[in-house]
Design a protein around this ligand. Structure first.
Ligand code: IVH
Length: 724
């Protein structure tokens, strides 16, 4: 079960327990992906949302807290391949806060815990939250002896050999340092180093890396330190583990967080220059905003600001919760934005024919991920017009060559949210959205929504039948149950034929289904017989099933074409109205001008509205659709639709319900026949029902008919009534 979006207070105990079980499993999986494999599937923001949901559920249902609860764990268990190291002091995580209100609550909770009035007397450090991997480096008598990743917080991986390759981490500390010192901080890769590495990968034709953090993690996990040495990794010291003297007593290097970090700096460790000290909530929040503005320009990725109580004495009094200190919190950034240049706009064609503009960008890191593409939604969005006609970006349009602002929020596809007008090149032109499909060349149109009367934001390719982007879906529709319904040729087989590179086996358009047999020779037949999925139906049977459909009811034929808005009902209305395929196609061509008799005739059909009529006209305006249909017509014959013989028909105007498992005819057949005789076929029995035709096993509908006194008959009675 997924996480529900219902309020925690609305959940019952069973639902909460089920959700907590799901969250425990899901978060453990993401932990392994993130920490163990460096291959996260979800964004940090989404991960945090899952965590928060878990916390909220646990707060509301304390009895349901699980032994394997994600709130009790830090990171993931160490991956194999490295020796394990038990941390002398656990490596804890930080609580996250997101809003100004959360920050206020954090500060208030510190004062409350210490029994003090919130008078601004407590100093906090603010440090950028570096997006890398935490590392604990142990020095004994001034020499580096080991370095370990966080792992699950208690046991990490011994990556000493790899850490020794990082030049900016000292191997030896100055004379006079305590006997044992564990310096903790973040290993990361800088943005420029990451970009250079990816440029190299590109030049060598190798796959590029996703983001600096995962690349740093992957580099550290190399079993061969020579590999790690080729990657430029860096380090910021911001915390510590065990520090003790030769007699085994704990040593405090200074009285505050800030001064301790400054001592690390003196010892030769890189420390972040943006670390500062603040007191009031307002100053803290203003600082957070300031760091947020600088974020994109920083040469390393950060994902928030960490606040810590500066006084170590107070830190000691505040202590820890199960997995995080009470004296610190991480104020995370929301969706990140970055600026880059729009180098081009590609048009992608979806499986339903929708044309989607995709921005091609000069690669830029946004929220720790290198972004090269972003969505531009649709042509109105590019022009600066919203879905309800409102102005977007104060009406600024987006042009190729513009400096644009890209945003990534959570897991969603990055999008372009604005343009820097001052940087617009003088010679730029408004973007001209293509009016033809880039895949098949058919013209592409925007429909008018029948209900709202507004123009659809999406432009669609009209070459559904011939467009490669849509072809496979169209073929699947073509052979579906209410269309051609060819036994032995379902979606799976269509995929095989569609993807086949062998010209004797390939089916890319509907007529090719009917030329399949003619394209075979002995060797291909054997190939076909060996294909998975044909076991049930022999190849011979497949060809017979195809041949059996060389004649087909006109309505099924029209439906099979997969014209937008033409479902079974509309296909039937059209087939009845025009009678033959030739008349139908001629009618569509006559309607092409959207005026005159042809257009009026089409619109006069009961049940066909303007949107449907337009879809038909546009489809038939595309010469290539007509070309495929004419190829199809050399293989198959749509049978003329019998005009309903309502006069003299014994069932004209009657309403009939078929129920039970019919044995003399299929339900579709029964329906078609009844309708051709002017009867109305209904799905449920009511007072208006005239006849109920009941086959074996009929149940509630039969009971209802008896209850209402509706005439019930057998299939044979029905056949006799309608004349066989
Ligand atoms: S302090 C007991 N300070 O964020 C507190 N952590 O989400 C230990 N991080 O595991 C952490 N920058 O990997 C601290 N300036 C900073 C940090 C920082 C990045 C990471 C660190 C930690 C994670 C918690």
């Amino acid at each position: 079960m997924p996480v529900s979006n219902r309020a925690v207070s609305e959940l019952g105990v069973d639902e909460a327990a089920a959700e907590l079980e799901f969250l425990a499993r899901e978060l453990a999986r993401h932990d392994t992906l993130y920490h163990g494999k460096d291959m996260p599937e979800i964004s940090d923001a989404d991960y945090d949302a899952l965590k928060r949901r878990n916390d909220a559920l646990e707060a509301a249902f304390p009895d349901l807290v699980r032994a394997d609860s994600p709130s009790r764990k830090v990171g993931s268990a160490p991956a194999s391949g490295f020796q394990q190291v038990t941390h002398s002091r656990p490596m804890l995580s930080l609580d996250n806060v997101f809003s100004d209100g959360d920050v206020q609550d954090f500060i208030a909770s510190v004062y409350r815990f210490l029994g003090r009035l919130p008078d601004g007397s407590i100093t906090f450090t603010a440090e950028p939250k570096i997006d890398g991997l935490s590392m604990s480096i142990r020095y004994e008598r001034g020499r580096m002896v080991s370095a370990a990743t966080r792992g699950d917080g208690t046991v990490g991986e011994n990556v000493t050999a790899n850490i020794r390759t990082i030049k900016e981490i000292p191997q030896v500390l100055p004379d006079g340092v305590p006997d044992v010192v564990e310096v903790r901080g973040e290993v990361y890769m800088s943005k420029p180093d990451f970009a250079a590495l990816n440029a190299l990968m590109l030049a060598e034709g190798k796959p590029t890396y996703v983001n600096p953090r995962n690349t740093a993690a992957g580099s550290l996990r190399q079993l061969d330190p020579k590999m790690t040495a080729t990657r430029k990794l860096r380090f910021f010291a911001y915390a510590w583990g065990e520090i003790r003297d030769g007699a085994g007593n704990d040593v405090r290097l200074a009285e505050t967080q800030f001064d301790t970090v400054k001592i690390f700096e003196k010892w030769g460790f890189p420390v972040n220059p943006l670390m500062t000290r603040l007191n009031s909530v307002d100053d803290i929040i203003a600082h957070y905003r300031e760091i947020g503005l600088q974020r994109a320009e920083l040469p390393y990725d950060i994902d928030g600001v960490v606040y810590k109580v500066d006084s170590l004495q107070l830190q000691g009094r505040l202590g820890f919760r199960s997995r995080s200190p009470r004296w610190a919190t991480a104020h995370k950034f929301p969706a990140e934005q970055a600026m880059t240049t729009l180098t081009g706009i590609d048009i992608q064609v979806g499986r339903t024919g929708a044309l989607t503009p995709v921005a091609r960008l000069v690669p830029v890191t946004v929220g720790g991920v290198v972004v090269t593409n972003a969505t531009l939604h649709n042509e109105d969005y590019i022009r600066g017009i919203g879905n309800s006609g409102e102005l977007l970006r104060e009406g600024r349009d987006i042009r190729i060559g513009d400096l644009v602002i890209v945003q990534r929020a959570g897991d969603v596809i990055p999008q372009i949210v604005d343009v820097v007008m001052e940087k617009r090149p003088d010679d730029s032109d408004p973007y001209d959205f293509p009016k033809t499909c880039p895949v098949c060349g058919s013209h592409a149109v925007r429909e008018v929504n029948e209900k709202t009367g507004k123009m659809d934001a999406v432009r669609r390719c009209t070459g559904g039948f011939i467009c490669q982007a849509q072809a496979i879906e169209h073929l699947k529709h073509f052979v579906s149950r209410d269309a051609y319904d060819i036994e032995g040729l379902g979606s799976k087989q269509i995929e095989f034929f569609f993807n086949s590179e062998d010209s004797a086996l390939q089916i890319r358009t509907a007529p090719e289904i009917f030329t399949l047999r003619a394209r075979q020779d002995g060797s291909h037949l054997t190939k076909l017989e060996n294909i998975d999925g044909f076991g049930k139906v022999s190849v011979g049977k497949l060809f017979s099933a195809i041949d059996a459909r060389r004649q087909i009811a006109l309505n099924r034929f029209i439906y099979a074409l997969g014209i937008r808005h033409i479902g079974e009902t509309n296909a039937k209305l059209l087939a009845r109205a025009y009678g033959t395929y030739e008349a139908f196609e001629a009618g569509m061509k006559e309607a092409a001008s959207y005026t005159g008799d042809g257009w009026n005739e089409l619109n006069a059909i009961e049940g066909i509205g303007e949107v449907v009529a337009r879809a038909l006209v546009e489809f038939y305006k595309e010469p290539r659709n007509i070309d495929v249909i004419s190829r199809l017509l050399t293989e198959v014959t749509p049978l003329p639709m019998e005009a309903p013989t309502t006069s003299g028909s014994p069932v004209a105007g009657k309403t009939v319900v078929f129920t039970g498992s019919l044995e003399r005819f299929t339900r579709d057949e029964a329906k078609a026949r009844a309708e051709s005789l002017g009867a109305k076929v209904a799905g449920s029995v009511s007072k208006k029902t005239d006849y109920v035709v009941a086959g074996p096993g009929a149940g509630s509908k039969l009971d209802k008919a008896r209850e209402l006194g509706v005439e019930v008959m057998t299939e044979d009675d029905w056949l006799t009534l309608i004349g066989g």
